[in-house]
Design a protein around this ligand. Sequence first.
Ligand code: NDP
Length: 307
Amino acid sequence: MTTKQQFVTLNNGNKIPAVGIIGTGTEWFKKQGQEEVISPELIEQIKYALSLPGIILIDAAECYNTYVEVGKALQQSNKSRDQIFISDKFSPQANDNRTVSESFERGLARMGVDYVDLYLIHCPFINREGYTLEDAWRELETLYESGKAKNIGVSNFRVSDLQKILESGKVKPQVNQIEFHPFLQDQTPGIFQFCQQHEIQLEAYSPLAPLQRKTQELQTPEGAPFYRYVEQLASKYKKSEALILLRWVTKRQVIPVTTSSKPERVKDAHENLFTFDLTDQEVDQITSLGLQHKPLRLYWNEVYSDY
Ligand code: NDP
């Protein structure tokens, strides 16, 4: 049985799919200089996601070097543009000092689209003379006002970074995309609560981190009870362990952004996530068992490992 697709309303009243099923980073990521080495598997996987009914959220970023694959998949798909939610990111950490508008236009051209549905600043680390986070945010606001970015936001931002934007900006970020899963429930101190309080929608990347590390972590004393409990719920609801974790993310009011090289997993996340529900007690138990596990941080360790 499938249910109607679910959406989340952002602080500007716009809607976003409640799950992103096709991230184009992580396992698809290509190093700088490798951009022209096209991945046929990624094209096929995006096309497959676009063949599913409803609005499909594609998560892209400048530094993934996968715009060309996104563009080819869009070209070869029958889905109309208004049924596709494209999220892109300005990646100041790896973009040859391009400005926001240069990066943005380059992304549009490579993907072959004339607007994106969500545009994010990938991280708060802009180390450029005479160009600050506030300057970058002002450029995003201009894109938002022009209608070329339907929603704008940030990624990997700490409370202090968001405070800068909230104080200086005209538009409140609609989204903060952070690493979020049971083994990392506050990427940086207080960020979960701050975003909830300020109506900045959280998106979770690496929502399946515990499954990605299951083989190793299952052997640890704090890992074993967590995995046993997730397996128990998967068996109770007759769903995959991945769906149990993704559903937990949604129950915390966060939008999971996942990806897979396997069509059946993409389909499972799209079609089955809202065909069952976890009880409040089950959500709390995953939260609590996750907090008993030592923090697991897959990304941005070089800057956030001290937290
Ligand atoms: P996930 O936590 O969803 O992990 C995906 C991995 O889990 C894949 O390797 C996949 O392997 C595996 N997987 C998928 N489904 C299942 C399943 N049912 N059971 C077991 N394993 C499964 O997300 P990612 O860490 O890959 O991140 C998702 C996206 O988030 C990225 O592609 C990117 O777009 C974005 N991102 C953003 C970052 C940022 O700084 N803003 C940083 C990192 C990611 P398989 O292919 O074998 O299915």
